[in-house]
Design a protein around this ligand. Structure first.
Ligand code: BGC
Length: 759
């Protein structure tokens, strides 16, 4: 093992400062004198964007396999497959001389409008964390690093470099951080990339609480924190906050600023040493993986096809799919000839080859006659002639396949969507084609939900194919013709209307601030709470077969939080085709002191079944499956009580449930304070013990608030209920005539006793 401390000890101040800022757009500064090489990083994460010119941010990259983007990956719900894809990515990174892949991104899909949702996994932190952890483990199992991004609360593109995301502590802990936490603690990414935006007023690159206290100290992150490209404002402040590497470089002024700050005592050299140590550690780790050689482009293309097919979500099917030997197929839509398989921005891959969807159909439907019409123009204009042409070929066919790609002027890194609509031309096209051809399948290429109210009824089937990667054209054919039975399920709710969405009133913010006013309630948590009907719920997706859930069992009816429970359930394939089901386990807390979402995903499994086959799946639920973050205690807590375990095929399709009783083992400190209300006193175990006798005495002894007044009709209130929200101190003041000591003295004494200061 390399002695990292020895290397740091030999480095000069100048060398350490230089190491903490990039040498080029994509490399760190080597220390040749000490044989410390550079570290080469490249974008991804659904392929390797290894730019040829390391001093250019956007120069053309070397060919690499373009796998489907994260929305599609998440919809597979298949950790093993993502692990396998991660290994393939690592093989390509090695061949292309790349040490660290800049991804994956685990930001929550707070609003479907976020332009980068195609690069993110889910509206649910548990799902996103699980997917990211599998991908990272796969990549790193081959000795290539990852950069988990963008930490944190980077949930929109509007003013992404500067806006302050105002998120309360609980929403941060329960919604915006857990996917990072899971990935960090389970998969140990080599690096984490901070976000551009501010979080509660402080830049992600300068956020001590996020970078040092939570990431490094609480979660035990051992790698280095890299800035998003250009996210550093004050280099010294960032370093002090825990931002180890600034990218891109070179930036001699930054290096000088660090040197100067150490020399004038503003920056403790130990802080610089720690950043250098973290970087050197990863550089040495990367150096253990020899680079070069080839990768198996054909095998990776085949894997990309498998992943794409696995992620496709069948949203509607009136029985038309899988296609049964159609003789005349009208293939409509520009995207059938020019596959729309990835998104714009830093994740843009130069593919090794691209499947043309039309040609892939032709290969599979050898005996069928295929006709083609483009249907819509490349830009946002209306062109009735294109629609007329599509209608004409649809009328003459047995079936119409409509390839509808959301254009990149609507969806990309760098800007958010203004609406959830397809283009006007695309909507008119679908309406016109479905009016003449009942056997129409709409195939969608997009990274985030679109609304369908104007055309869904007319379509016989709808397949969400996502930004499906370079082999997606073949994968669509696989699903349409039943070579693959679709098993993807949504990880982002499809709403009926934009106005129904959780962040609608708080997106994208104004005056440099975006308030996360919906708090914990994003995605299905919101739709559950508000009972808002949705188009397609979280976790939803159809199959060519059917599944029955039975024999739900939980390992214990009563259990301690630290022990957790295991949920088992039998899944049977009751249809005629082999298929896969994504079984989801949600937990519902029957009663809690703080408000909680109705239910939350806490486990899932993907199971593959032959017709007639039954398998028992088993899903463990640990402490965190039942806990919530209580800002009053600044920790995850459990409460005694009953929880419903809901097992379902989607968030809106619960097939079996059981109730269990949890016993909390937590010994929580008292959080009573001077202004605590009677209710707080009674909710606090120590407080209740101390207050109860005196309270009973005082309320039965006459005085302003006595039990005689309970349910006082004269003033139309229930006195005891009324008292609950009165601070104890005020209550004592009201009762002072019956007290033997001043009210304030008694209040102080009770508080001291409750807090255990004086027993
Ligand atoms: C993006 C990152 C990306 C970096 C390097 C930034 O603009 O936000 O996701 O890794 O550029 O290209």
């Amino acid at each position: 093992m390399t002695d990292i401390h020895a290397i740091i000890a030999q480095m000069t101040l100048e060398e350490k400062a230089a190491l903490c800022t990039g040498a080029s757009a994509w490399t760190t500064t080597p220390v040749k004198r000490l044989n410390l090489p550079e570290l080469f990083v490249s974008d991804g994460p659904h392929g390797i964007r290894r730019v040829a010119d390391i001093h250019a941010l956007t120069s053309k990259s070397l060919p690499a396999t373009c796998f489907p983007t994260a929305s599609s990956l998440a919809a597979t719900w298949d950790g093993d497959l993502l692990f396998e894809m991660g290994q393939a990515l690592a093989e390509e990174a090695i061949a292309l001389g790349v040490d660290v892949i800049l991804g994956p991104g685990v930001n929550m899909k707070r609003s479907p409008l976020c332009g980068r949702n195609f690069e993110y996994f889910s509206e649910d932190p548990y799902q996103a964390g699980a997917m990211a952890a599998s991908l990272i483990k796969g990549i790193q199992s081959k000795g290539v690093g990852t950069s988990l991004k963008h930490y944190a609360a980077n949930n929109q593109e509007f003013e992404r470099f500067s806006i302050s995301a105002e998120v309360d502590e609980r929403a941060l802990r329960e919604i915006y951080l857990p996917a990072f936490e899971t990935a960090v603690t389970q998969a140990k990414p080599w690096t984490v990339m901070c976000s551009y935006n501010k979080i509660n007023g402080t830049y992600g690159s300068e956020h001590t609480q996020l970078l040092t206290d939570i990431l490094k100290k609480e979660w035990g992150f051992e790698g280095f924190v890299v800035s998003d490209w250009g996210a550093v404002h004050d280099r010294v402040t960032a370093l002090q906050a825990g931002l180890d590497l600034e990218m891109p470089g070179p930036k001699q002024t930054r290096v000088n600023a660090v040197i100067e700050a150490v020399r004038n005592g503003e920056l403790d050299e130990a802080v610089l040493d720690e950043a250098a140590r973290r970087i050197v550690r990863v550089v040495c780790l990367a150096a253990q993986t020899p680079k070069g050689g080839d990768f198996d482009a054909a095998a990776h293309h085949a894997l990309a096809r498998k992943v794409a097919a696995e992620g496709m979500v069948l949203l509607k099917n009136n029985g038309l799919l899988p296609l049964q030997n159609p003789q005349h197929i009208a293939v409509i839509g520009r995207a059938a000839q020019q596959a729309h398989f990835q998104g714009g921005g830093s994740s843009h891959i130069n593919p090794t080859q691209v499947d043309v969807p039309f040609s892939e159909l032709q290969k599979m439907a050898e005996n069928a006659e295929l006709s083609f019409a483009a249907g819509y123009p490349e830009d946002n204009s209306r062109d009735q002639a294109l629609i007329d042409e599509a209608v004409a070929i649809s009328q003459a066919a047995d079936v119409a396949l409509l390839y509808i790609a959301l254009p990149s002027f609507k969806e990309s890194e760098g800007y958010d969507r203004a609406d959830l609509d397809l283009t006007e031309q695309q909507v008119a096209l679908i309406q016109a084609v479905t009016a003449v051809q009942p056997n129409t399948v709409v195939i969608l290429n997009n990274g985030a939900p679109v609304v369908m109210g104007k055309w869904l009824d007319g379509a016989a089937a709808v397949l969400e194919a996502w930004m499906m990667g370079q082999a997606g054209g073949g994968a669509i054919a696989d699903v349409l013709f039943g070579r693959v039975n679709p098993s993807g399920k949504l990880t982002e709710t499809y709403p009926h209307r934009l106005t129904d969405t959780p962040a609608y009133l708080n997106f994208p913010g104004e005056n440099d601030v975006v308030r996360y006013g919906e708090g914990l309630f994003i995605g299905y948590r919101y739709y559950d709470a508000r009972e808002v009907p949705v188009l397609f719920p979280f976790g939803y997706g159809l199959s060519y077969t059917t599944f029955v859930y039975s024999n739900l069992q939980v390992s214990a009816d009563n259990f301690k939080d630290v022990d957790g429970v295991t949920v088992t359930v039998d899944i049977t394939n009751t249809g005629l085709a082999a298929g896969k089901e994504v079984v989801q386990v949600y937990v519902h807390d029957q009663a809690s002191r703080l408000v909680r979402p109705y239910k939350e995903l806490k486990g899932f499994a993907k199971v593959s079944l032959q017709p007639g086959e039954t398998k028992t799946i088993s899903i463990p639920l640990n402490f965190r499956a039942f806990a919530y973050y209580d800002p009053a205690y600044r920790q995850w807590i459990t409460e005694d009580g009953q929880f419903d375990i809901l097992v379902g095929a989607s968030a809106a399709d619960i097939r079996a449930q059981a109730t269990v009783t949890l016993q909390s083992t937590l010994q929580l400190p008292s959080i009573l304070h001077k202004e605590s209300t009677i209710r707080h006193w009674f909710n606090d175990p120590a407080g209740k013990l101390i207050l109860q006798p005196m309270f009973t005495e005082l309320t039965s002894n006459g005085g302003l608030f006595s039990a005689d007044n309970v349910g006082d009709e004269a003033i139309g209130m229930d006195t005891l209920s009324f008292l609950m929200d009165l601070p104890l101190r005020s209550f004592l003041h009201f009762q002072e005539s019956s007290l033997t000591q001043p009210a304030d003295d008694i209040a102080d004494m009770l508080l001291e006793q409750a807090l255990g200061v004086k027993q």
